[in-house]
Design a binder for this molecule. Sequence first.
Ligand code: NAP
Length: 276
Amino acid sequence: MTVPSIPLAGVIGAPVAHSRSPRLHGHWLRAYGLPGHYVPLEIAAEDFEAAVRTLPKLGFVGVNVTIPYKEKMLEIADVVSDRATRIGAVNTVIFRADGKIHADNTDGYGFIENLRQGAPGWDAAAGPAVVFGAGGAARAVIASLLELGAPEIRLTNRTRLRADALKNEFGSRVRVVEWVQAGNVLDDAALVVNSTSLGMAGKAELRVPLDGLRKGTVVTDLVYTPLQTRFLRVAAEQGCTCVDGLGMLIHQAVPGFERWFGKRPEVDEATRAAIL
Ligand code: NAP
């Protein structure tokens, strides 16, 4: 008699101790009574490739990838999804039964699903989006908004060169706005996104003037510690529809969980409570 193997998954990075993913996947495994384990795996740079190639032999069906390996994983993968190629980074890996390493990026998906759940009726094509920040997270935000037909993305970043580089990559619908002018391009925006790390506990506040925000504009912050950032608080006071960043973190995990453990999990209040 063969003993059925218990699927293993995890998050690989350095460091990984701060990751909320083990709590999230652990919650879903328990909620659905599924066999499986999800563990944090800190891997040193010099061991990274060897470790990734060993994981399937140890029973791992896939992993999430976090800093600093999101780009490096692209080089190791045998198959890369279109959206991971567009974003230029990997956050979800599937170790396929045929031995191939399949790399995907679900950050843009998580970003969009979070908006759909938190701001029902929101439509990317309805008007310009303003994006603060031009780092890794901004790439996923921009790629997903363009894919859904956003007519214009006003991209603003402290380091102008990084915003220019994204414009060169993503094309003419991206317009770079000087960081000091960011407050001047909000009034007709359908969506305003903070994808900088400003406002995170322990970091400086986002100080872009927000009086241009209008009632009904959808405003979202990728920062989720704290859940209610100053940016979201000010936006709410001005009548905006606010969506916090925790939902993005949860939604981006859905496709991986489904592929690894065979059940599409729900994103509900119990899920949020489990990882807070
Ligand atoms: P990143 O690649 O390091 O980019 C950081 C961004 O923040 C850059 O645009 C940077 O501008 C800007 N920034 C940092 N300090 C600044 C300051 N003092 N003044 C002005 N701008 C500043 O980081 P990332 O991976 O894009 O992540 C950004 C944030 O999103 C983080 O807080 C992360 O936790 C969050 N995030 C959340 C989710 C989620 O699921 N909710 C997913 C991904 C990321 P410069 O280019 O000028 O340095």
